[in-house]
Design a protein around this ligand. Structure first.
Ligand SMILES: [Zn+2]
Length: 286
């Protein structure tokens, strides 16, 4: 961590796509280039040869995997890979999809604009995350005892008919069972799209992610209810929107939670009471 380094002080949020204990992958959110990702080393290291060999191999392996993901999703004419760091000497790699009709082709994305680039939609964060997950496995996230306790103590209020139903780890809820039965379903999951990896985000980003999650579930024809978390300590707890969904298996719930950058989801049904399922590989931190 270095003072005045914009990369060190970059707070996680909806543009974080994958991470482990050594590095992170983010969406550069470049206005001209819709499929522009960045692989950033967590530590404030200056040059590739400042890393140990094992770390260097790991960083490059992730860069290759990210390149594969960008090719697969964006189908560009060319990939540009770059590590400059003249402006910000903190190790990071750019992985950029390029098209012959983009704003800067054939120059680099930092060169003079050649034209108004052909409009291309941005790739949704959930699609990037799901694709990275398939190649790199579950992200690794540090979980402190306080955060683990907060998950264990968390309860959710779900807006089912006759409700709200209260969902709590290890507890049964007759209203929920009734709602499942009405829809001919036997299992449920509660998933949020807010505040990826427990890092606080702007309300607008949270609302957009919630809408995207809702669209994904509704498109699958699954019954969905609005829900909100209900922290034990209402004074200090965050209020996060979530969705209760019937008909998702625990595996699907974890995959969808991971695509929305969640540490965990809640799931249950049948003879199972509500259970917390991790969508990351949690590592204990003090
Ligand atoms: Zn730094």
């Amino acid at each position: 961590m270095a003072d005045n380094c914009p990369i060190c002080s970059d707070t996680p949020g909806h543009h974080w796509l994958w991470r482990d204990d050594r590095l992170r992958v983010i969406d550069a959110r470049d206005a001209d280039h819709p499929a522009f990702l960045r692989v950033i080393w967590h530590g404030h290291e200056r040059e590739m040869t400042d890393l140990s060999e094992a770390d260097r191999l790991h960083l490059m392996d992730v860069v290759w995997q990210v390149e594969r993901c960008v090719r697969e999703i964006a189908q560009p004419d060319k990939i540009n890979l770059g590590s400059l760091g003249n402006m910000v000497p903190h190790l990071h790699w750019h992985v950029i999809a390029r098209w012959q009709d983009d704003a800067h082709f054939p120059g680099s994305v930092w060169s003079a604009r050649q034209r108004d680039g052909a409009p291309r939609p941005r790739v949704p964060a959930a699609l990037w995350r799901a694709t990275l997950l398939a190649r790199l496995g579950l992200p690794t996230v540090g979980v402190s005892p306080a955060l683990a306790d907060a998950y264990a103590a968390s309860a959710y209020a779900a807006d089912v008919p006759g409700g709200p139903a209260t969902l709590r780890i290890g507890a049964a809820e007759p209203l929920l069972d009734q709602w499942l039965a009405e829809h001919g379903q036997t299992q449920w999951a509660l998933i949020s799209a807010a505040n990826p990896w427990s890092s606080r985000c702007e309300p607008d980003a949270n609302r957009a992610a919630h809408a995207a999650l809702r669209a994904l579930l509704v498109q699958r024809g699954l019954p969905v209810c609005e829900a909100v978390n209900w922290p034990e300590d209402r004074a200090s707890g965050w209020t996060e929107p979530a969705l209760l969904c019937a008909g998702l298996s625990p595996e699907e719930a974890v995959r969808i939670g991971a695509a929305f950058g969640q540490n965990a989801v809640l799931a249950g049904g049948g003879d199972r009471t509500a259970d917390l399922l991790w969508c990351v590989r949690p590592i204990s931190i003090p």
